[in-house]
Design a protein around this ligand. Structure first.
Ligand SMILES: [Zn+2]
Length: 83
């Protein structure tokens, strides 16, 4: 059985369960760094975003992959001085 990722719902404290994939059919969920000028589709600039469904209230939340979010945050803190 595949690993199931969960976290707490920010609205109702229910259990959020991450979607198996970050895309479905032609729908792609991604986030692009607004400061990244060297945008090459599929290589840089895009961050994987996963939909998470709350098992209690049925809301769907979108979160960037945690490891990616950490590195984007570090990059943002550096760039922030110039923005
Ligand atoms: Zn909820």
């Amino acid at each position: 059985m595949a690993k199931i990722f969960t976290k707490k719902c920010p609205d109702c404290d229910g259990k959020l369960v991450r979607s198996r994939g970050h895309s479905a059919g032609y729908a792609m969920y991604f986030w692009t760094k607004p400061w990244d000028k060297t945008f090459i589709k599929g290589l840089t600039g895009n961050s994987k975003v996963y939909p998470w469904l709350c098992m209690n209230c049925g809301r769907v939340f979108l979160y960037v992959d945690e490891k990616e979010q950490e590195s984007i945050k570090r990059e943002y803190e550096k760039k922030k001085m110039k923005i």
